[in-house]
Design a protein around this ligand. Structure first.
Ligand SMILES: [Mg+2]
Length: 275
């Protein structure tokens, strides 16, 4: 059997201690609209071995339900699986720290609907809003920027769903929340008080509560060292870097300790041999 290319631990040992696989999506289980190799069969074998599959994404422009739909169409989703987005982590944070407070949310209609369904009171404008929330708003307008900027200058709590600079897509990657954060930093002088998604701990803490298994039995799998792997390392999970997306094999040796994975594999399909 082929061992992992590099990492502190072999793939077999990593799989043996894993009860839950947290999976990034783009570059990890599919690229665009194409599953990577025989991913449907690999994930079926993961479930058959008694392990759980939880998808974990920073993209807060879409709802968990819309991801489920996409994953189902690619035969990558089963009724036992879950999808967790950075938007859901932001909802959990608001519930904990700002219960009952009104949020001004810069986000898509899908994200607004998710917040409303979770009982987060949403303000139409910044007037009367207590907390500013910045999501991946693919319907962003100048008016929304002006409104959230006012709240930041007024010193209101400022939460971002995640901080990726760009979003993986066909062709040129479009600006994501990290780029919006830089714009608002120039105009307001502020950076978010809390960032919820990968690689930060808000999403990790939410997932740990949701999963009910020790962090030592959770493995985060992803293709981006500075979000997926750093996220897993910071939250006490094992980490598996897959080379089916953004990272090339020759880049692995020069990763900083914060982004160094427990194990490396050409793709997630390599775990099938160890299940
Ligand atoms: Mg990815």
């Amino acid at each position: 059997m082929k061992e992992s290319i590099q990492g502190t631990c072999g793939l077999g040992a990593l799989v043996a201690r894993t009860k839950v696989f947290l999976l990034d999506m783009d570059g990890t289980v599919y690229v665009g609209d194409r599953p990577i190799g025989n991913m449907a069969e690999t994930l079926a074998a993961v479930r058959a071995s008694g392990r759980r599959v939880v998808y974990c994404t920073n993209n807060s422009s879409r709802s968990a339900a819309s991801y489920e739909q996409k994953l189902r169409a690619l035969r990558l989703f089963d009724a036992r699986d879950r999808v967790f987005t950075s938007g859901m982590a932001a909802i959990a944070l608001l519930g904990e720290r700002y219960a009952g407070k009104r949020a001004y949310l810069v986000g898509t209609d899908a994200l607004k609907a998710e917040f409303a369904a979770a009982g987060v009171p949403l303000a139409e404008t910044e007037e009367g809003a207590d907390v500013a929330v910045l999501g991946y708003d693919t319907s962003l307008t100048y008016e929304k920027l002006v409104r959230i900027n006012r709240m930041l200058v007024q010193g209101k709590p400022y939460i971002a769903t995640h901080a990726d600079d760009v979003c993986p897509a066909e062709g040129v990657y479009p600006p994501d929340v990290g780029s919006f954060i830089q714009l608002l930093k120039r105009s307001s002088g502020r950076e978010p008080d809390v960032i919820c998604g990968k690689p930060y701990t808000v999403m990790g803490q939410c997932l740990t509560r949701l999963l009910g298994v020790p962090a030592a039995n959770v493995t985060m799998v992803g293709d981006r060292p500075y979000t997926d792997i750093r996220f897993g390392n910071r939250n006490g999970f094992s980490t598996l870097l897959v080379l089916s997306g953004e990272t090339r094999a020759e880049q692995v040796a020069s990763l900083p300790a914060s982004d160094a994975p427990t194990a490396v594999a050409a793709s997630l399909n390599e775990i099938a041999a160890y299940l």
